[in-house]
Write a protein that binds this ligand. Structure first.
Ligand code: NA7
Length: 547
């Protein structure tokens, strides 16, 4: 530790000024930022490498839905210039390599403790510090804890009868073998058709002897239009980084360039219900997969939403040769309720001879047997089952740690009984000095995660600096400020498609049995959110109690 670091350190009686949980994008940047400011920080990471979500989700075909040029750190122009992306939409291995590059470039590795799980955290009111316990039996004391635990990082293993009895190989998209897996010559099942299933299905189909897809809810997906970056293209993009970053920060979702066939950058103004049905259908010819989403009324009006789904259904009917398979692939829930997926050759995969689809709405899954999967109507003999069944999103990772705040209150119990409640997605009342990077009720999963992470880490670092400069050792939101934020966040999304009773997404926790239904992301857009966070900080951390 340098002399400056020692001077800036808030409390030498404690093991650390800050413990950061997780070494994904959030944890890596938090460590860098805190070290830069002279704090004693340590990252505790469960995996044996950096990457977080991009470390575990190494299933075939895993790819980000934000362009590589935008899905990268903006805080250091040297990193922007030194790293070379090879494709428009970054594949998982390249994102993982990128995060390793950043870790080494910033010499962060010595302060990351790998293969260690945080199991419990207890707030000590007298010491004004957290005691953080790990599965290695360590107990560290730290003034602050920064939970960079990710939004989609607590795997959800389905509760299917007989799963453990399967005599073949069971694989999980969210904990896929590091060495990869060769599906050649195998009879494979993929269970789940969210983003992970949809991305892996075409890759598995290309290898497997036969692939059976078990679909409970059909996917809204559209082509990623991924391609290798052309010679000279990356250089040109890199030269435009300053303007690109500015535009990203000003955009609603922190994204400017919509890679795939997604949509133009500006929110659409035309309403589908004010457009003649024949004209809507014609738009399929000109806009392709963007035709269903390019409307102003689709997310707020169920009739408009149905009209858009009709366009989507037509696109599927054109892409899939077997009419019965095409019908089964048409979603029966509102468009935009679950996360829009982007894919490479998803629907075309169902035209392959070696691929079949089981529609679990018509033929429910009964059990996994030693030799395969049994539905009500059929037995499927299998060698491999790949489960792509999702996550306990937003709150899951923190709920898996026994977090005890003020007077022993449990964060898990609080969120389980009241639903996800936070102030700004940054802190929770009753849990002082615990910061949540891209926590519930911040833009998080609705915005470019990397940008959201940078914003949060910088806000948190400023806040810790403010506390140090003013001699404060404790910060937590007031219950009133938290209530007001929850109400504000809810009011923005109420009445929209996202919270409709027919919409059972992980955004509202509907995929986790018993989880209290709350829309867990802030839908007001990234610029408004940043502005509010800045106003609050400028007003001396309005809504927070500092002592
Ligand atoms: P998702 O999007 O939560 O998808 C999980 C899929 O697994 C979904 O199709 C589920 O059907 C299905 N599922 C879950 N449990 C079962 C059981 N028991 N039987 C059959 N099918 C089941 O997770 P992903 O990993 O694909 O993607 C998560 C996010 O990562 C994604 O949104 C992107 O933001 C990146 P259901 O829809 O519940 O009927």
């Amino acid at each position: 530790m340098t002399t400056t670091e020692r001077q800036r350190s808030t409390e030498t009686a404690l093991d650390f000024d800050a413990i950061v949980i997780g070494a994904g994008f959030g944890g890596i940047y938090a460590l860098h930022k805190l070290r830069e400011l002279g704090y004693r920080a340590r990252v505790i990471e469960m995996g044996d490498g950096v990457g977080g979500t991009w470390f575990w989700n190494r299933y075939p075909g895993a790819r980000c839905d934000v362009e590589s040029i935008e899905y990268s750190f903006s805080f250091d122009p040297r990193l922007e210039q030194e790293w070379n992306w090879t494709e428009v939409m970054p594949p998982q291995p390249e994102i993982e390599q990128y995060l390793n590059f950043v870790t080494d470039r910033l010499e962060l590795r010595p302060d990351i403790q790998f293969e260690t799980k945080v199991t419990a955290m207890t707030w000590d009111e007298d010491a004004c510090a957290w005691t953080v316990e790990t599965d290695r039996g360590e107990r560290y004391t730290s003034r602050f804890v920064i939970a960079a635990t990710g939004c989609l990082s607590a795997p959800l293993t389905p509760d299917i009868k007989g799963m453990d009895s399967f005599g073949g190989i069971s694989l999980f998209s969210n904990n896929f073998p590091k060495e990869g897996f060769d599906f050649s010559g195998k009879r494979v099942a993929v269970v789940g058709t969210g983003s992970s299933g949809v991305q892996s299905i075409p890759v598995v189909a290309a290898q497997a002897e036969h692939l059976t897809v078990f679909q409970r809810s059909a996917a809204y997906t559209m082509p990623a239009n991924n391609r290798p970056l052309a010679p000279g293209e990356l250089e040109q993009l890199k030269a435009g980084y300053p303007e690109l970053r500015e535009a990203q920060r000003a955009s609603l979702a922190g994204v400017v360039r919509f890679g795939g066939a997604l949509r133009a950058g500006d929110p659409p103004t035309r309403k589908i219900l004010e457009t003649a049905p024949e004209e809507r259908m014609q738009l399929i010819d000109t806009l392709g997969w963007a035709a269903p989403v390019a409307w102003a009324d689709v997310m707020v009006d169920m009739e408009a939403n149905h009209a858009a789904t009709e366009l989507y259904a037509e696109l599927i009917r054109r892409a899939v040769k077997d009419p019965d398979v095409a019908e089964a692939l048409i979603p029966h829930y509102p468009m935009g309720c679950k996360r829009q997926i982007i894919d490479t050759d998803y629907f075309a995969t169902f035209n392959r001879e070696n691929v079949s689809l089981v529609d679990l709405r018509r033929d429910p899954l009964v059990e996994v047997t030693p030799s395969g999967i049994r539905t009500e109507h059929e037995d499927f003999a299998l060698d491999v089952i790949l489960y792509a069944t999702g996550f306990d999103a937003m709150t899951g990772a923190l709920n898996r740690i026994d977090i005890r705040g003020h007077e022993g209150a449990s964060l898990r119990e609080f969120w389980e009984s009241e639903g996800a409640r936070t102030y700004l997605g940054l802190q929770v009342a009753g849990f002082p000095n615990l910061f949540t990077v891209t926590g519930p009720l911040s833009p998080s999963v609705l915005a470019n995660m990397v940008l959201g992470i940078e914003h949060h880490v910088e806000w948190i670092a400023d806040c810790i600096e403010y506390a140090r400069e003013h001699g404060y050792r404790r910060i937590e939101p007031t219950a009133e400020a938290q209530d007001a934020w929850v109400e504000h966040s809810n009011s923005l999304v109420e009445g929209s498609i996202r919270t409709d009773d027919s919409c059972n997404s992980w955004y509202v926790g509907a995929n986790v049995p018993g989880k209290k239904r709350v829309y867990m992301a802030y839908t007001g857009g990234f610029p408004k959110y940043r502005e509010r966070c800045a106003e609050i900080a400028d007003a001396g951390y309005e809504g927070f109690a500092l002592s």
